[in-house]
Design a protein around this ligand. Structure first.
Ligand SMILES: C[S@@+](CC[C@H](N)C(=O)[O-])C[C@H]1O[C@@H](n2cnc3c(N)ncnc32)[C@H](O)[C@@H]1O
Length: 303
């Protein structure tokens, strides 16, 4: 597979994930974050690990954002920036917003709302360390489990003095595939361990499998105040032997992630993994697989 095909696959996965995330997001946590936003315009938002921009379009669809918004989206993957433009342009067309490209970024404009978007291709920690701390809202969606929280979180929080954080879909160490299959316990224990052992290209630790619960103790220890926290589990299930939207593709990609992280892993029987993968893939094709991933959403105030 060429690098371009890999990025296209990732972008398609992020688009397919949108309906799963929509169901999962904890509405109480979202509403608590929204109620604590300052009212004076413009609202300055920074999102870390923004992917192709589906959290921004979701927040607009759900009426979370006010009339005047300045939105900085940061993602480390240069190839996703073009996919983000395509997503924003298509979303604008189908939601009656004008989309324009300017020197400083993009604008989404409707009769009631103006959203100025600055898309930054950068490592979130490096960006956060040098950015001015001028933001009112910090969003990280399905992202914090990819970074080393004890070092990254203080840097992220400095971006929002007295501002609101909204950290959503933080994986919390539980994966369920149903119906049960031979090797579940072994495969999933190894899978979770790969998250705890993951390193950046530079060899630094990057993420952990129990990020959700870790946030609940780490945030207060950094002087941040948690105002709401709750589950945002992914729950994907077939109906009449079929999955809604692009969720069959979403499931196949999740299985690819499991396989990719476990291929050649010491201590894991390769033939067991092969049988497990084949069975789970066949179950998606037959519309029989149920998938649950336990995640937590957390919102609150930085100091
Ligand atoms: C699981 S995806 C989630 C994307 C998006 N938030 C969503 O839910 O659709 C994680 C994203 O984080 C980005 N990413 C990973 N490590 C990063 C880092 N150190 N700095 C910035 N972005 C990063 C990846 O490129 C990817 O787009």
């Amino acid at each position: 597979m060429t690098p371009n095909e890999t990025w296209n696959d990732l972008a398609r996965y992020l688009a397919a994930k949108k309906t799963v995330d929509d169901r999962a997001l904890n509405r109480l946590v979202l509403e608590t974050a929204r109620r604590n936003l300052p009212s004076a315009p413009p609202l300055r938002v920074i999102e870390l690990g923004a992917g192709i921009g589906t959290m921004l379009t979701r927040l607009l669809e759900w009426g979370f954002l006010p009339a005047e918004v300045e939105y900085t989206a940061v993602d480390a993957a240069p190839a996703l920036a073009a996919h983000a433009v395509a997503h924003l342009r298509e979303w604008a067309r189908s939601h009656n917003y004008a989309f324009s490209v300017e020197e400083s970024g993009y604008t989404l404009q409707s009769a009631e709302q103006s959203v100025k978007i600055r898309w930054q291709t950068a490592d979130a920690v490096e960006f956060a360390a040098r950015a001015a701390p001028v933001y009112h809202l910090l969003v990280a969606h399905a992202f914090l489990d990819l970074v080393h929280l004890p070092t990254a979180l203080p840097t992220f929080l400095r971006l929002i003095p007295n501002g609101v954080f909204l950290f959503t879909l933080n994986f919390d160490g539980v994966t369920v595939f149903e119906p049960p299959a031979e090797g579940d316990d072994v495969v999933l224990a190894h899978y979770h361990r790969t998250m705890d052992e993951r390193l950046t290209e530079g060899g630094a630790p990057a993420g952990e499998s129990k990020t959700g619960r870790r946030l609940l103790s780490l945030l207060p220890s950094l002087g941040a105040r948690i105002l709401a926290a709750g589950s945002s589990d992914w729950v994907v299930f077939p109906q009449n032997g079929a999955y809604p939207h692009a969720e069959a593709e979403f499931l196949q990609t999740i299985l690819n992630f499991v396989e990719g992280s476990l291929r050649g892993r010491e201590g894991l029987d390769a033939s067991l993994l092969k049988r497990w993968m084949a069975r789970r893939r066949a179950q998606v094709e037959a519309g029989e697989l149920i998938y649950i991933a336990h995640q937590l959403d957390v919102a609150g105030l930085a100091r």
